[in-house]
Design a protein around this ligand. Sequence first.
Ligand code: CP
Length: 308
Amino acid sequence: MSFNQKHLLELEHLTREEIETILDTARQFKQTFQRSKKKVPTLVGKTVVNLFFENSTRTRTSFEIAAKRLGADVLNFSASTSSLSKGETIIDTARTIEAMGSDVIIVRHSCPGAPHLLAKKVQSSIINAGDGCHEHPTQGLLDIFTMREKKGKIEGLNVAIIGDLSHSRVMRSNVWGLLKLGAKVTLVGPKTLVPRAFEKFGCKICYSLREGIAEADVINLLRIQLERQQQNLFPSIREYKLLYGLNGKSISWARDDVMIMHPGPVNRGVEISQQIADGPLSVINEQVTNGVAIRMAVLFLLSHPSGK
Ligand code: CP
């Protein structure tokens, strides 16, 4: 067991051993999910704060459930009704919360690096719950956990990540984690949405959906993030759907046992059809369940360095 980090800011700078420690710890926590009493009170007396400056359904609620299962007190901070609207900075906001006794602050912000800044300015452990287009480490971890659980291993696994890759913090966290654990990653999408820079880190780049998914063990689909695009990067949603949407026809280009993933929220009928999203190859709901196990593991490990 190897984990001595105070913060979880990104997967890019974690070691393979640290990532495997989180995955193994999450597997142990997941075993408690079938119990009638699901609490594992290892964080009793600790205070965990959800500090979200962007909307969230899955990440915020699963951090809340994870912290409560561990016995922590949880505060959900509402940015829209806070004194941020009067001009208070995020540093002053975080320091104000910390003065009330927080131990862990979970931050989502549209600005890449916002959690890193707070990690320098406050004493609490900081967890990045998504910073702009940079990283979403717990999403990357829960995706990798789901792949390992379903496919048995990550080493040698062919993973195709498809969609709006340029704007995706989920893609970046998946890529760093998967490459460290020995997977083969193919990035698939229109030229305007695939960052070629990842080729030098070992990713294969592919502009054809048919070619990109032919050998895939896992397909991870991403949402088109119109809210982060500053210009029109493809002609229309209709055209994107025709060329890169996963549906009854395009799924026939993949292996019969391919696993379909999506971090959510899903644009049904755009990157994935209803039939595929709800079909037997999809593990979208299991990803959500695994998110609780991963977030319990991260909260536990940050609060108990090296398992103490
Ligand atoms: N996958 C993800 O981050 O979803 P939310 O935006 O709902 O948290």
